[in-house]
Design a protein around this ligand. Structure first.
Ligand code: ADP
Length: 334
C-alpha cells in the first residue's frame, strides 16, 4: 500500500465521506467545471426537468464521486452508486435502471469497464429512457420493452478517450478534471483540518499540499498521517516542521515522490548516468517488475517533468538531477 496512491483502496470510507464537500460552493478549485455544471443544473431546475447526462473524466482522487453526490444534492434527488466492473451482465444493469426513481442520479464509476452488452443497453436507456428486457433463451427469446423514468447518468472515467464514441456522444455535458494547483490543495487541507478539528498554520498546509501530487484524496490522507504525528510527537498543532518531519517518516519527499519513485530516479542517475536506458534494464536495477516501474512510478515522474520516455529509453531531465541534489556528468564535447 503506497500512501501516495490516488485510488481509494484501503482508505477509511467514513473519514473520506466526512471530508466530502456537500455543495458546489464548498468544492475547491476546478473553476470552469464548477461554473459550467452550475449552469447546467440551474437551467434544469428552472425547467423542472432532469439534468442532462454528465461525463466526468480525470485521474483517481480528483473529486468525481464527490461531484456526482453534489449533483444529486443540488438537484435534490436521490443517488445510486455503482461501477462498470460491478455490472457483469446486461441484466444487472436492467435491474438497476428499472428500479430508478424519476430524476434519480445514477453514478457509474469506471464506466469504460462495463461489459459490451450492458454498454449497448445503456445507449438506449440514456437516449430514449427505455430498455429491452430479454426473456427466455435461444430462438424463443423475446425482447420486452420497458419504459424508464427520466434519470441523470453521471459517468466517471479515468480517460474519456477510452469510451466508445457512441457512448461518449450520449452525454449532454462532459467535464475534464485537472490535477489541482498547490494553492487549491492548501484550501483542501485547511478545510479538512477544520472538519477534523486539527490546528494547522498556513505553512503546514502548504507543506502537505506540495507533497500531494495534485490530488485532494492524497492531501486528505497525508493530513491524517501528519495529524497522528503532531498528536504523538508534539502538541497536536501542525506546522511546516511537523508536516515535513511526519511525511519524512512516511518517506514522502518535498515534491510528493515516495521511496519507489526515488529508487527509480536514483538508479537512472547513479547507475546509468541519467540514461537513456531501457525499461527492463532499469526495472532490474531497481529490483521491481517492469510493469511496476512503468505503470506505478513513471506516470507521476513524467508528469512532474523528472523523467522522459524516449525511443532510445528512459532519460532523466535536468530537474531530476536537481531534485536529487546531484550534478549531471559533463556532456562529452565533440
Ligand atoms: P474520485 O471519485 O475522482 O476518485 P473522490 O470524489 O472520491 O474522487 O474524492 C476523493 C476525496 O478527495 C474525497 O474525500 C473528497 O473529500 C476529496 N476531494 C476531492 N475533490 C475535492 C475538492 N474539489 N474539494 C475538496 N475536497 C475534495
Amino acid at each position: 500500500e503506497r500512501i501516495v496512491d490516488a485510488s481509494a483502496e484501503g482508505d477509511d470510507q467514513a473519514v473520506e465521506a466526512a471530508l466530502r464537500p456537500k455543495d458546489l460552493a464548498e468544492f475547491v478549485g476546478q473553476e470552469k467545471v464548477r461554473q459550467q455544471l452550475d449552469l447546467v443544473l440551474k437551467a434544469a431546475r428552472q425547467r423542472g426537468a432532469t439534468a442532462d447526462h454528465v461525463l466526468l473524466s480525470g485521474a483517481p482522487g480528483l473529486g468525481k464521486t464527490t461531484l456526482s453526490m453534489i449533483i444529486a444534492a443540488e438537484m435534490n434527488a436521490p443517488i445510486r452508486i455503482t461501477s462498470g466492473p460491478a455490472i457483469q451482465h446486461a441484466g444487472d444493469l436492467a435491474a438497476i435502471l428499472s428500479s430508478l426513481q424519476e430524476g434519480e442520479i445514477l453514478f457509474l464509476d469506471e464506466i469504460h469497464r462495463m461489459s459490451r452488452p450492458a454498454e449497448e443497453m445503456l445507449y438506449m436507456a440514456m437516449e430514449d429512457f427505455r430498455v429491452d428486457v430479454i426473456v427466455g433463451k435461444g430462438p424463443g427469446a423475446t425482447a420486452i420493452p420497458l419504459d424508464l423514468p427520466p434519470f441523470t447518468l453521471v459517468g466517471a472515467t479515468t480517460r474519456a478517450g477510452l469510451l466508445p464514441p457512441p457512448l461518449r456522444d450520449r452525454f449532454g455535458f462532459t467535464a475534464h478534471m485537472e490535477f489541482y494547483e498547490p494553492h487549491e490543495l492548501e484550501r483542501v487541507v485547511c478545510r479538512s483540518a477544520g472538519l477534523l478539528d486539527v490546528a494547522i498554520d498556513p505553512a503546514g498546509a502548504a507543506e502537505i499540499a506540495g507533497r500531494s501530487r495534485g490530488t485532494p484524496r492524497i492531501s486528505n490522507r497525508l493530513l491524517r498521517r501528519v495529524r497522528d504525528y503532531a498528536q504523538v510527537r508534539a502538541d497536536g498543532a501542525i506546522t511546516r516542521e511537523i508536516a515535513a518531519a511526519a511525511l519524512g517518516v512516511y518517506e514522502v519527499d518535498s515534491r510528493g515522490l515516495d521511496r519507489l519513485d526515488r529508487a527509480v530516479l536514483t538508479s537512472l542517475l547513479k547507475l546509468f548516468g541519467g540514461g537513456p536506458v531501457g525499461l527492463s534494464t532499469l526495472a532490474v536495477a531497481v529490483g521491481e517488475e517492469r510493469e511496476t516501474v512503468e505503470e506505478v512510478a513513471e506516470p507521476f515522474l513524467v508528469r512532474e517533468g523528472l523523467l522522459a520516455r524516449t525511443p532510445r529509453g528512459r532519460v532523466a531531465t535536468p530537474a531530476a538531477w536537481d531534485h536529487l541534489g546531484m550534478v549531471p556528468p559533463q556532456a562529452a564535447g565533440p
